[in-house]
Design a protein around this ligand. Structure first.
Ligand code: DGL
Length: 258
């Protein structure tokens, strides 16, 4: 299985996959050369996603792809599915579940600017049948904070407060919050601390597991990759700092994507 993201966000999904489906082997691509995706144009993200899949495909037999990134999924999922003949799963903001769970009928959606501006999101929230209030924060800063946190750098409360100010100021805060970027899952505790303690977070982890399971059972996939491989697209100081924190992911091989 190929899993890719612009950075460490996808690792939050990978961690859960490892817990629920421990026998799965994976190739993880950390596209740090082009991080963040949140400020990129749709066409760029589509081309980059195609490129990543093509490069890995030449080296390893890909049987299933997981785009562990909402920004890349909202931009490119439908196109990638047309282009490649293996199953492709995308991580997408789960607005459907949020609608079912909210009690005060106020949903919060926080995601990158590219995700919020995507036609995928616009179509859902502009539908006439969308009978809930949705409060949106579009930010490219929060993913940067998550990147720092995973490299052991302290998260400053004030930085988070600035990002969440529009919700902190509300008379009634959303009771259900969609974490529409895989990076944000790494900051759940910190976010909870500055919002209401009973806020319910929606991420797409569980949906992803059931999708992977379905594909594996349906097609009876016999895994062709027997190692866990980590690719990065740029070797820099930040990457070197990150490598230390990757130990728990059991990567057998770490190398540059070329
Ligand atoms: N992890 C990505 C997502 O789920 C995006 C972070 C970024 O590169 O801007 O949207």
């Amino acid at each position: 299985m190929l899993i890719f993201d612009s950075g460490v966000g996808g690792l939050s999904i990978l961690k859960y996959i490892k817990k629920k489906l421990p026998n799965i082997h994976y190739v993880y691509v950390l596209d740090n050369e082009f991080f963040p995706y949140g400020n990129k144009k749709k066409l760029f993200i589509i081309e980059r996603s195609i490129n990543i899949i093509n490069i890995v495909k030449k080296i390893y037999p890909i049987q299933i792809v997981l785009i562990a990134c909402n920004t890349a999924s909202t931009a490119s999922l439908s196109i990638l599915r047309k282009k490649f003949n293996f199953p492709i799963i995308g991580v997408l903001p789960d607005i459907h579940t949020a609608k079912k769970i909210t009690k005060n009928n106020i949903i919060g959606l926080i995601a990158t600017k590219a995700t919020i501006n995507s036609s995928y999101i616009k179509k859902i929230i502009q539908k006439k049948s969308f009978n809930k209030v949705i409060k949106i924060i579009a930010t490219n800063k929060l993913a940067l904070i998550a990147e720092k946190k995973i490299r052991g750098i302290k998260v400053e409360k004030i930085e988070l407060q600035n990002i969440f100010q529009p919700w902190i100021n509300l008379a009634v805060q959303p009771d259900t919050i969609i974490l529409g970027c895989t990076h944000f899952l790494l900051l759940k505790k910190e976010i909870q601390n500055i919002l209401h303690p009973s806020v319910y977070f929606i991420d797409s982890k569980k949906i992803i597991i059931s999708k992977i399971k379905k594909i594996f059972y349906k097609t009876k996939i016999d895994q062709k990759i027997i190692k866990n491989i980590f690719f990065y697209s740029k070797n820099n100081k930040k990457l070197q700092e990150l490598l230390f924190f990757l130990q728990e992911y059991n990567f057998n091989i770490k190398k540059k994507l070329i």
